[in-house]
Design a protein. Structure first.
Lengths: 416, 313
C-alpha cells in the first residue's frame, strides 16, 4: 500500500469514526454546534459587509470581546499541554492519552484564537501581509508579529504530534519515540511562551497603565493553569464514563490540588496588583475604579462581572484547597465550572475593557459587546468545540473501541 | 433525480431543467458569499484585485510607485468627478518638523478640527476628527481624568476653563510604529509618522499603544461628499482611506513638504499654533522651545513628542 493511499484510507476511516456510531446525545451536541456556527456566519457576513462598526468597539475602546476571548483561549491552549508535566512527574498511568487529549484541546483552542484574531481584523483579506516571505513582518520589534509566529508554530507542533499518534494507533503500528518525545518536550516551553508573548502584547504598552505591570505575564500563566485543567478534568470524567479510557481518581484529585495552588497564586498576584494601585492611589487607579465600581458617578457595566469573577475564584480556591471537597466529585465539578467561569470573565472582560476605560485622554466609553460580537463569538466557540469533539471521538474510537489486536495492543507494546 | 412525492397544499418542486437543485443552490450561494467577500458589493472588479495585491510602500520600485500613483489618480478622479492628484513627495534634507501650541491663547473654538477635516478628507459620515480638543478646569491644571472632549457651549472659552487640542505628537520614539505587526506605519526622515493605508491590516495594536489617543480607525466605510473632496492628495497622507484601516494626523504632509503650513496653523483665529523646522536655529519653533515655558504631554513615557505645548502669555 502506498503512503498516499494509506493516508487517504486513514482520512476516510477517521471521518467515518467522527460522524458514525454516536448516541443521540452526541448528534444533538453536533447539531447544536452546527447551529451556533451557521448563525455566526450570518452575523459575520453582516459585519464583513458593514465593517467593524457593527461591533460596539470604537476608537476609545478599540479592542473588546473578540480579543478578550482570544487571550483567554491562548491560556487554555497553553495549560492543556502543560498538564503533561504533572502527568509525567506523578506517573499517571495513561500518560500517552493525557498528552494526546491535551494536545487536541490545544489545537482546538489555537484554532479559536486565530479565528478570533481574524474576525477582529479590519482587513482580514490582508492576512497574507503577516506571512513570512510574502508579507512584510515588523520583526523583531512587534510583539504581535512574534505572537502570530509562536501561535502558528505551537499549532503546527501539536497538530503534528496528535495526528501522528492517532495515525499510528489507527494502523496499530508503534510510534517513533525519537520523533514524538522531542516534539512533546519542545511543546512545553512553547506553551509557556505563547501565553507569555500574549501577555507581553499588553504588558509592553506604556500607554495603558492597567496592563503595564510586570506581573501581568505571571498572572496569565497562573490563571491559565486554572482554566485549562478545569476543562480537561471534566473531559476525563466524561471519557471514563463513556469509553474504556482509564484514569485513577488519585490523578484527578492531584490535578485539582495543583489547580488550588495555581488559583492561590493567581489570587495572591491579583491582590498584589490591587494593593499597589489602591495604596499608591495615583491617576492609574481609575482603571480599577472602573472595573469594580464606575467613574464620575456612573456605574460601570462590567463591575458585576468583576465581582462575580473574584467571588468564583475565591470559592473555587477553597473547594480545591480543602481535601474533602476536592475529593468529592460533586463539589470538585462545581469548582471546575466556577474556575472556568472566573478565568473566562477575568480574561474576556476584566482584562481588556478596563485597560481602555478611561481612554488615553481620560474619556469614558462604556463598552458592552454588540449582538453581532456575541453571535460571531458563539460561532468561533462552535467551530472550536466541533473540532475538539470530532477529534476526541476519533481518538476514543481508535484507542478504546477497536479490537486491541489492531490498534491499542501494538501501540501499548511500543509504549512499554 | 428521484421523483419526489408532492403534497397538494405545497408548490411542486421545480423541475431540474429550469430551477435549481438544492445542491446547485448551495454551491451558488457559496459563490455569492465568496464574491461578496472579495468585493465591496457590486462587481468583481479589477480595483479590488489591484488593492489586494498592492505592495508595501517601501517595497515599491520607483516605476511601480509611479504606476500605482497613476492608477489611484485615475480611480479617484472618476470617483470624485474632478482632477485628483496623488503624490509621494519625499522628505527634504535637513528638515525635522516640529509643532508648538500656545495653551494660554487657545480658546477651544475647534476651527482647527474642522479645517483639518476638510483639508485631509476625513470621513463626514461617520465623522472622523484627527484633532481632539480637551476642556479642563484652570484650577485643576492639566488633568486628563477631568478632561471633557465633548463640551458643547454656545460660546467659547467657557469661564474657568482652558483648552488643550491633542493630535498625533509625531514622537521621535513612537510606540505605535514599534507594535505594528506588518510595519504599515513608520517615522519618515523629516519626523512625520505616516501610515500606508494599502498595507494596514486593521489589527489596531497602534491604537492601543498610542498614549495620546491620536489614531483613528475606520469602523465604517468613510465617506466624503464629491464637492467637499480636496483633490490635492498625498499617498501617505490625505488620499481617500478605506474601511478597516487606521489613520491620523500627518502634519498635513501634502502641504508641509511643499513649504506650506499645516491647515490647522492657517485656520487658527488666535495664532495659538506654530510650526517649523526644528533643525533651523533661526526658526520660530526653536525660539519658542528655547524661550517659553514648554509643557510636554506625558513626558515621563519617553515618547519624545515633536509637539510642544507652551504658555506664550
Amino acid at each position: 500500500m502506498t503512503v498516499l493511499r494509506k493516508f487517504g484510507n486513514f482520512v476516510t476511516g477517521t471521518g467515518r469514526m467522527a460522524f458514525l456510531g454516536g448516541n443521540k446525545l452526541y448528534y444533538a451536541w453536533l447539531t447544536f454546534l452546527a447551529v451556533c456556527i451557521v448563525q455566526a456566519l450570518f452575523a459575520y457576513a453582516h459585519q464583513y459587509d458593514r465593517g467593524l462598526i457593527s461591533t460596539s468597539m470604537r476608537d476609545s475602546v478599540s479592542w473588546g470581546f473578540y480579543i478578550g476571548n482570544f487571550t483567554f483561549l491562548v491560556g487554555v491552549a497553553a495549560a492543556a499541554v502543560l498538564l503533561v508535566v504533572p502527568a509525567y512527574v506523578y506517573d499517571w498511568k495513561p500518560i500517552k492519552e493525557v498528552v494526546l487529549f491535551g494536545e487536541l484541546l490545544a489545537v482546538a483552542a489555537i484554532v479559536m484564537c486565530l479565528l478570533f484574531v481574524l474576525v477582529d481584523m479590519g482587513r482580514p483579506d490582508r492576512f497574507w501581509h503577516l506571512i513570512p516571505g510574502i508579507g512584510h513582518m515588523n520583526l523583531p520589534s512587534s510583539v504581535m508579529a512574534w505572537d502570530s509566529i509562536v501561535l502558528n508554530i505551537y499549532l503546527a507542533v501539536n497538530l503534528t504530534v496528535a495526528s501522528y499518534l492517532v495515525y499510528c494507533a489507527y494502523y496499530g503500528i508503534p510510534y517513533n519515540k525519537k520523533f514524538v518525545v522531542p516534539l512533546v518536550i519542545f511543546s512545553i516551553p512553547m506553551a509557556v511562551s505563547i501565553h507569555t508573548v500574549t501577555a507581553f502584547l499588553y504588558n509592553g504598552m506604556a500607554s495603558r497603565p492597567y496592563w503595564n505591570s510586570a506581573i501581568l505575564a505571571p498572572r496569565f500563566i497562573a490563571s491559565a493553569f486554572c482554566s485549562g485543567p478545569a476543562l480537561l478534568l471534566i473531559l476525563f470524567q466524561i471519557l471514563r464514563k463513556v469509553s474504556a479510557f482509564e484514569i485513577k481518581d488519585e490523578a484527578i484529585h492531584k490535578v485539582a490540588e495543583l489547580m488550588a495552588y495555581a488559583m492561590g497564586f493567581n489570587l495572591f498576584l491579583f491582590g498584589a496588583e490591587v494593593f499597589k494601585e489602591y495604596y499608591s492611589n495615583t491617576h492609574h487607579l481609575v482603571h480599577y475604579q472602573y472595573l469594580f465600581a464606575g467613574l464620575h458617578g456612573t456605574a460601570s457595566p462590567i463591575a458585576l462581572y468583576a465581582w462575580m469573577s473574584l467571588a468564583f475564584a475565591v470559592i473555587s480556591f477553597f473547594l480545591f484547597l480543602i481535601p474533602k471537597t476536592r475529593r468529592n466529585f460533586v463539589t470538585m465539578n462545581i469548582g471546575c465550572v466556577l474556575i472556568y467561569a472566573s478565568v473566562y470573565i477575568e480574561k474576556g472582560i476584566a482584562l481588556i475593557i478596563p485597560g481602555f476605560t478611561p481612554d488615553q485622554l481620560g474619556q469614558v466609553y462604556a463598552y458592552v459587546p454588540s449582538a453581532t460580537e456575541l453571535r460571531v463569538a458563539a460561532g468561533v466557540f462552535g467551530v472550536g468545540f466541533l473540532l475538539f469533539t470530532l477529534m476526541v471521538k476519533v481518538s476514543v474510537s481508535i484507542l478504546f473501541e477497536r479490537p486491541p489486536a489492531a490498534g491499542l495492543a501494538a501501540g501499548q507494546a511500543a509504549h512499554a | 433525480m428521484r421523483e419526489l412525492p408532492t403534497l397538494p397544499a405545497m408548490p411542486a418542486p421545480a423541475a431540474p431543467a429550469e430551477g435549481y437543485t438544492r445542491r446547485e443552490a448551495l454551491v451558488m450561494g457559496l459563490f455569492a458569499l465568496a464574491a461578496a467577500a472579495t468585493t465591496t458589493g457590486c462587481a468583481v472588479d479589477k480595483l479590488a484585485l489591484d488593492d489586494f495585491v498592492a505592495k508595501h510602500f517601501k517595497d515599491l520600485s520607483p516605476a511601480e510607485l509611479q504606476d500605482r500613483l497613476a492608477q489611484l489618480e485615475q480611480r479617484y478622479t472618476e470617483q470624485y468627478g474632478k482632477q485628483v492628484t496623488v503624490s509621494a513627495t519625499p522628505a527634504q534634507e535637513g528638515v525635522l518638523f516640529g509643532y508648538a501650541l500656545d495653551l494660554s491663547r487657545c480658546i477651544g473654538c475647534r476651527k482647527c478640527v474642522y479645517g483639518c477635516v476638510e483639508e485631509n478628507n476625513q470621513s463626514r459620515d461617520p465623522q472622523t476628527h484627527w484633532i481632539t480638543v480637551l476642556e479642563m478646569d484652570k484650577e485643576d491644571g492639566v488633568n486628563l481624568q477631568n478632561a471633557n472632549a465633548y463640551y458643547d457651549h454656545e460660546t467659547v472659552p467657557a469661564p474657568g476653563k482652558f483648552y488643550m487640542p491633542v493630535a498625533c505628537q509625531h514622537c521621535e520614539n513612537p510606540p505605535c510604529t514599534k507594535v505594528c505587526p506588518v510595519a504599515a506605519t513608520w517615522k519618515e526622515p523629516d519626523g512625520i509618522v505616516v501610515i500606508d493605508y494599502d498595507w494596514c491590516i486593521g489589527c489596531r495594536c497602534c491604537i492601543s499603544a498610542c498614549p495620546y489617543g491620536a489614531r483613528r480607525f475606520n469602523w465604517g466605510t468613510p465617506s466624503v461628499p464629491k464637492d467637499e473632496f480636496n483633490p490635492v492628495t498625498e499617498y501617505l497622507g490625505n488620499r481617500p482611506r478605506q474601511r478597516g484601516v487606521v489613520e491620523k494626523c500627518s502634519f498635513c504632509i501634502q502641504r508641509v513638504r511643499k513649504g506650506l503650513y499645516p491647515k490647522c496653523v492657517e485656520v487658527c483665529p488666535v495664532g495659538a499654533r506654530k510650526f517649523g523646522n526644528l533643525l533651523d536655529p533661526e526658526s520660530e519653533i526653536r525660539y519658542i522651545i528655547e524661550n517659553k515655558r514648554v509643557y510636554i504631554l506625558k513626558e515621563e513615557l519617553n515618547t519624545q513628542p515633536k509637539f510642544f505645548y507652551y504658555y506664550g502669555l
